[in-house]
Design a protein around this ligand. Structure first.
Ligand code: NDP
Ligand code: BG6
Length: 513
């Protein structure tokens, strides 16, 4: 494909970012994430000529499967989930280097077979290649897989050259501070931090990456980006979908672990961190950790900084949907929250006194993720109405992360006419309008970055811990309280009353995105 035929986001990439010969091994290859995201990501990278010329894909899992069955599973996944149609010729280039190894996740003999298989591929190639292990299983087997990679010598392949093995670890990285610390220890006993890529797919979203560009490539924002001009920041990650078929997982997770602790906190960190000294991975991660550490411990209990709720029956897309407690695989007395709202206070020079409100929930009115920067109101001396009432809107800058990716700024404008009357209007920028649609998926960017060895868009160990340190007391308090204090909200609404009250207590209200 000619460079000029590529999506604008990808033009020029292959000239600058070459991955060495690579074998990607997916643990959990028969699973949902592999089919929905990982195989389509590999396929689209191949279509965009971003895979190394020498590329191998190996599926690994307990399900016995001949190589051909895995190739078929992969082709079916591309047909169903890829942003591009399956092109037989393109896929064939990947498929002929695709294979499968069956084995358990704590089975030394099977890890030995995997090691031999990779050695054989390397011999076939006639030169060395890096191994990138993608751990895409339920978290209960993350640690055994990592230990297996250590004991089998797979983690140490090419230890003294640039082809040193790497590992991508899926979320959730732990379920509280203690378990995240334990997992970090296991990972760090086998891999050096440079080899480890803890994934948070929100960091791979175009609009999330653009946040840094908007903040630090435009001179107009930085002077305003602080407590002198900003009244509050609201971050919403709302989903229309319910718990679906993932009840077993979700009952153990809940909105705080599933969305707030990771995705939403990454948005907080990128919005609020200080300018990094460079765009190097460590420089950005250092600033994110500093920011996370500056967040004050949360006030728990009534009138505090946290609210939680479960969805009740309601309407989505004009159709009735069941409440959380009626969903398949959910306990009738479940204590798992499907919605969480948090008020954060950041105790540093830039942000002291500016509340950061976060909310995330399933079965909300519509799917939308956004960051809204609410500026202080202008002084109301000039534009009062005839009755002397102040009538100006506060300026709001919002970053629409998905869907309909873009940015908008609310400004007060004169309504044309002989009277001087004002009205808030929105200036809009939409990615699709300017750059076209069919943007690469987050997982494409992240798999490519890991192959290249760029950890900027991945979570460092201390970052994960800083976030768990903040939320573990909340999880403990909620576990102790059981259902006491659990709010409800109708499916298809914007959330529970308790979250509205949390903001009202500060004289604020949630935006309707
Ligand atoms: P799945 O439940 O589909 O599991 C993946 C594979 O792991 C299965 O096909 C199975 O393969 C093996 N497996 C399943 N259960 C167990 C078990 N109890 N013990 C050992 N192996 C098991 O998971 P997903 O693909 O949905 O998710 C994989 C990872 O990605 C998880 O960590 C998840 O949190 C994360 N993730 C998933 C998302 C999604 O949309 N699915 C989104 C974001 C993150 P086999 O039996 O062949 O070994
Ligand atoms: C995953 C959560 O990490 O993110 C899911 O486990 C959630 O529960 C998903 O649905 C949302 O991702 P996205 O990219 O659709 O906003």
């Amino acid at each position: 494909m000619a460079d000029s035929d590529r999506h604008p986001f990808l033009q020029g990439l292959s000239n600058h970012r070459g991955a060495p010969p690579t074998v990607v091994v997916i643990f959990g290859a028969s699973g949902d994430l592999t089919a929905r995201k990982l195989i389509p990501a590999v396929y689209n990278l191949a279509c965009d000529n971003l895979l190394p010329a020498d590329f191998f894909l190996v599926g690994y899992g307990r399900t016995p499967m001949p190589h051909d069955a895995f190739r078929k599973l992969a082709a079916d996944a591309i047909r169903e989930f890829s942003r591009r149609e399956l092109d037989d010729a393109e896929w064939e280039r990947v498929a002929r280097h695709t294979s499968y190894v069956a084995g358990g996740y704590d089975d030394p003999e099977a890890f030995g077979r995997l090691a031999t298989h990779i050695d054989d591929l390397e011999k076939q190639l006639g030169r060395g290649m890096q191994a990138l292990f993608y751990v895409s299983t339920p978290p209960s087997v993350f640690a055994p897989i990592v230990r297996g990679l250590g004991a089998s010598g797979l983690a140490a392949r090419h230890a003294n050259d640039p082809l040193h093995s790497k590992v991508i670890i899926e979320k959730p990285f732990g379920r509280d501070l203690a378990s995240a610390e334990a997992l970090n220890q296991t990972v760090q006993s086998v891999f050096s931090e440079r080899q480890v890529y803890r994934i948070d797919h929100y960091l791979g979203k175009e609009t999330v990456q653009d946040l840094l560009v908007q903040r630090f490539a435009n001179a107009i924002f930085e002077p305003l980006w602080n407590r002198n001009f900003i009244r509050s920041v609201q971050i919403t990650v709302a989903e229309e979908v319910g718990v679906g078929t993932r009840g077993g997982y979700y009952e153990q997770a809940g909105a705080l672990r599933d969305m707030i602790q990771n995705h939403t906190m990454q948005l907080v960190a990128l919005t609020a961190m200080e300018p990094p000294v460079s765009l190097e991975a460590e420089a950005i991660r250092d600033e994110k950790v500093k920011l996370l550490r500056a967040i004050q411990p949360l006030e728990l209990g009534p009138g505090g900084d946290v609210a939680r709720a479960q969805y009740a029956t309601g309407m989505i897309g004009g159709r009735p949907v069941p409440g959380y407690l009626e969903e398949h695989g959910i306990a009738a007395d479940s204590k798992t929250e499907t919605y969480a709202a948090i008020r954060l206070s950041i105790n540093n020079w830039r942000w002291q006194g500016v509340p950061f409100y976060l909310r995330s929930g399933k079965r909300m009115a519509r799917r939308v993720s956004e960051i809204a920067i609410n500026f202080k109101r202008p002084p109301g001396t000039l534009f009062n109405d005839d009755d002397g009432r102040f009538d100006l809107a506060a300026n709001t800058l919002s970053f629409q992360i998905q869907p309909d990716e873009g940015m908008s700024l609310v400004l007060n404008t004169k309504i044309p006419g002989l009277e001087t009357r004002t009205q808030p209007v929105k200036m809009n920028f939409r990615y699709a309008t300017t750059f076209g649609s069919n943007t690469p998926e987050a997982y494409e960017r992240l798999v490519l970055d890991a192959m290249i060895g760029d950890g900027t868009l991945f979570i460092r160990g201390d970052e994960a811990l800083a976030s768990w340190r903040l939320y573990t007391p909340v999880l403990e308090a909620w576990a102790k309280a059981g259902r006491e204090g659990m709010g409800t909200y109708a499916a298809g609404s914007w959330g529970p009353k308790c979250a509205d009250e949390m903001l009202a207590a500060q004289g604020d209200a949630w935006r309707q995105p």
